[in-house]
Design a protein around this ligand. Structure first.
Ligand code: G
Ligand code: G
Ligand code: MN
Length: 408
């Protein structure tokens, strides 16, 4: 048992009265290592400092500035291993949705509390707190230094994987999404969540994206010559869209490799489409004018999505996997899925469902008329040379089982 006074608790709420109230309840119960913050920025500073990093965060969802959901995203980036209790005046349905979002991010949730917070409810959750088990190495991922990443780029240790996107109506293979991995000489396969944000923070993302793009285009050309007409999608970081050189880079590379712009999809993450949008807007619009396809990635997880849809001429909307898998049986997910799909249709965009994991997910897309599907049910990300063989197997599978109604 950990002493109550040894559990570091952070309360994040913009309401000073709530902070006082919660801190008093906690203190009365012997939880004395409590820090209060009235904004996300201060709270992140606590998380970033090893000596003040909380074991448990009581998080208010509705805050001006950085709201609770955005705060969770920053916790994920920091690989926060502590626990979370959501506190909000929103109704239970909203809280449950937020809880699912948190869990989807693999952050440990103790539960949620509705305001006004009842002592007993809070204590019931607190008694469930357990220290994070050091047995779970998957949670604590190694972070790499900028220097190591620079070396990986220069020595060409990055490898593109490609995840297929298929037509839901016909089963045809429409294209692939490029997902970069690092073949680390010692650590083996390293995933983008362990190096993209570092690359962004240290001005390396343009070099990285240039490498990923040029390999993806070269590969698209090889597939083309082998008779596979695939659209190739590449993930673009918001930092790539900070300088007007980017459009010349993309257009130049495509021309050099002989890839037509309408065979290229640039996926931009919605949550990143914030801040000063003027330059990025100009770049995206000009790329669109050159007939490159633009895709809004992870749709549904960000905030000002509707304004971005109004301002940027996207061709494709990717419904985040958090709203696809299991949407057939979960009413709340289903509402978000349906709304995103309807929005895509009304704006004449192709809808792509991400994270299609099983036959039930696939059948939902068929019933609802989603355009494209991507996910482990179709294929995990593959090496380029595995794609032709996979296509052959996939097309057989389409013919024999996927176009008929499922037996259950
Ligand atoms: O499978 P996966 O772990 O590859 O991808 C995790 C995340 O990393 C995805 O959200 C994807 O958008 C991002 N990602 C993958 N490859 C790239 C890339 O080349 N550039 C950028 N900016 N993000 C990438
Ligand atoms: O954020 P973006 O959509 O660019 O990245 C896709 C991410 O989703 C990658 O990390 C990829 O490996 C992962 N992914 C792809 N298919 C599935 C799936 O069916 N289920 C889950 N959980 N993750 C998937
Ligand atoms: Mn993507």
């Amino acid at each position: 048992m950990v002493e109550r006074s040894a559990i570091k608790i952070l309360i994040l709420d913009d309401d000073p009265f709530m902070l006082k109230l919660l801190a008093r309840i906690l203190a009365n119960q012997g939880f004395t290592a409590v820090v209060c913050c009235d904004n996300g920025r201060d709270a992140l500073a606590q998380v970033d400092n090893e000596t003040t990093r909380p074991d448990l965060i009581l998080l208010d969802l509705n805050m001006p500035g950085m709201d609770g959901i955005e705060f969770v995203r920053y916790l994920v980036e920091r690989q926060f291993t502590g626990s979370l209790i959501l506190v909000s005046g929103e109704d239970m349905r909203m809280l449950r949705t937020a809880e699912r979002l948190v869990q989807a991010h693999k952050i440990h949730m103790l539960g949620y509390l509705q305001k006004p917070v009842k002592n007993e409810a809070l204590l019931a959750l607190l008694t469930q707190w357990v220290p994070p088990s050091p047995m779970k190495p998957s949670v604590v991922k190694k972070k790499y230094s900028a220097e190591e990443i620079r070396l990986a780029i220069n020595e060409d240790n990055l490898v593109n994987y490609y995840q297929p996107k298929v037509s839901v109506a016909s089963g045809a293979v429409i294209g692939v999404e490029t997902l970069v991995r690092w073949h680390h000489p010692q650590d083996g396969l390293v995933f983008p969540d362990q190096f993209i944000s570092v690359a962004e923070a240290h001005g390396l993302i343009n070099d990285l994206t240039r490498l990923v793009l040029s390999k993806a285009f070269a590969q698209a050309r090889i597939w083309q010559q082998a008779g596979f007409e695939l659209r190739v999608a590449v993930n673009v970081s918001m930092d790539n869209l900070a300088s007007l050189d980017f459009q010349d880079l993309v257009a130049g590379l495509a021309a050099e490799t002989g890839i037509s712009p309408n065979k290229v999809v640039l996926e931009v993450t919605e949550s990143q489409l914030m801040g000063d949008m003027r330059v990025s807007l100009e770049i995206l619009t000009r790329l669109r004018l050159k007939r490159f396809h633009l895709s809004i990635d992870d749709f549904g997880t960000g905030h000002s999505s509707l304004a971005q849809l109004r301002d940027i001429p996207f061709d494709e909307l990717k419904i985040d996997q958090g709203f696809v898998h299991r949407a057939w049986k979960d009413e709340t997910l289903r509402v978000i899925y349906d709304t995103s799909l309807a929005l895509a249709k009304q704006l004449n965009m192709e809808a792509v469902a991400e994270g299609v994991e099983d036959r039930d997910d696939w059948d939902l897309l068929r019933r609802t008329g989603c355009d494209l599907a991507q996910g482990n049910f179709i294929s995990k990300p593959l090496l380029a040379e595995e794609i032709p063989g996979w296509i052959e197997v996939w097309l057989k599978r389409v013919q024999t089982e996927l176009m008929i109604a499922s037996s259950n």
